[in-house]
Design a protein. Structure first.
Length: 130
């Protein structure tokens, strides 16, 4: 098998993020329509976006730190970790203080990333990733 073919078969964080975004948007629209709640659909979509941002930032930090040789834990990595925590904290605070946020929608929004990861893992396993 050619090297270019193996690269396209590799596990892709970008593909996971794109799939999670699609699931979040479609899920938010469906949830909002079925529950007749604009805030529920918006809660699902916003939580999906926060989950995707957290996933991508964590991926960048891990790529820097978990490298052969000397780890490269620098100020940018620390800021990304703090940013992830702050972003998640803002979402959790919004759950408590904003009355229109739908907690079930938020849980489903976070689940969109998990669903996308499972789909990518099955795809990766099917093509012989490893």
């Amino acid at each position: 098998m050619a090297t270019a073919d193996r690269t396209s078969e590799a596990f892709s964080g970008k593909r996971v993020a794109m799939l999670a975004a699609a699931i979040s948007i479609v899920g938010g629209l469906a949830y909002g329509l079925f529950r007749h709640s604009f805030s529920g659909g918006l809660s699902l979509t916003a939580a999906g976006a926060v989950a995707i941002i957290n996933f991508r930032w964590l991926e960048v930090v891990l790529m820097r730190v978990v490298q052969p040789g000397v780890p490269q834990f620098d100020g940018g990595s620390a800021l990304r970790l703090l940013g992830r925590m702050a972003l998640f904290g803002v979402l959790m605070a919004a759950l408590l203080w904003v009355p229109d946020i739908d907690a079930i929608g938020v849980a489903l929004g976070f689940s969109a990333l998990v669903i996308a990861l499972v789909i990518e893992a099955f795809r990766w396993g099917r093509v012989g990733g490893g």
